[in-house]
Design a protein around this ligand. Structure first.
Ligand code: ZN
Length: 236
């Protein structure tokens, strides 16, 4: 007749690997998502730079439109200064013309700055796109390898699950199983610990003598008071 501890240890032998396979099955898609997010973020940078360029080009056009209007106004004022005999009118025209020329100079300087900014952005986009192309191709390679790894991990996982089914014993009550499963999750796949003398071999703490006696009787589940793991006697 299989003892409780033997039944649990039989499961533990499989569950150690099953825990790793499950972790792999979570890790691989998470890694893929992380890389995919990185690519999307880089693409967003390119898109944002493109939008900035469009808005800069729009402003350059506005400036051009404005300077054309102001240029026409200046030519009209010039004619007025030539035709008018009223010195006050001529002075007023000249004053406005000077002001308009200043505005045009200012606007053209600004326009030039925008053009330069757009050029800088354009070359930045070139760099980003190059990086993106390299990253995309690396991602393709990664994804192909990942598919294989996932299939393997899934295969191993299914195999272990089937083996676990076979080893599942009637000796184990639902309470014991649920405690054991919780410990597998909480203790990185190691729910059991050997007791050597009075020392737990997982956390190296000494247990009380009564626990050693209870464990020797082998009728119930005995947990290490420090690390919670289910104890078994070394050599059993
Ligand atoms: Zn312990």
């Amino acid at each position: 007749m299989e003892t409780l501890v033997q039944a649990l240890r039989a499961l533990q032998e499989i569950d150690r690997d099953l825990y790793k396979a499950q972790a792999e099955l979570r890790r691989l898609p998470a890694e893929r998502d992380r890389r995919r997010d990185e690519l999307a973020a880089r693409q967003a940078q390119v898109d944002q730079a493109r939008e900035q360029i469009t808005s800069l080009q729009l402003r350059v056009k506005e400036i051009e439109g404005m300077t054309v209007t102001q240029g026409a106004r200046i030519r009209k004022l010039e004619k007025e200064t030539l035709s008018s005999r009223d010195m006050a009118v001529v002075e007023a025209c000249r004053y406005e013309m000077r002001s308009l020329k200043r505005q045009i100079d200012e606007a053209e300087r600004e326009g030039l700055e925008f053009v330069e900014q757009a050029e800088t952005l354009e070359s930045r986009i070139g760099e980003l796109n190059e990086q993106l192309a390299a990253d995309r191709s690396a991602f393709e390679t990664f994804q192909a390898a990942l598919e294989i790894e996932l299939t393997e991990a899934q295969g191993l996982h299914d195999e272990l699950r089937a083996k676990r089914e076979e080893r599942m014993s009637d000796t184990l009550s639902p309470e014991t199983l649920s405690l054991y499963d919780r410990l597998i999750g909480a203790r990185d796949g190691e729910a059991m610990a050997a007791l050597e003398g009075k020392i737990c071999q997982a956390c190296y703490m000494e247990v009380m003598p009564n626990l050693v006696v209870r464990l020797a009787r082998g009728r119930d589940v005995v947990q290490c008071p420090s690390c919670d793991r289910i104890l078994y006697r070394l050599g059993t």
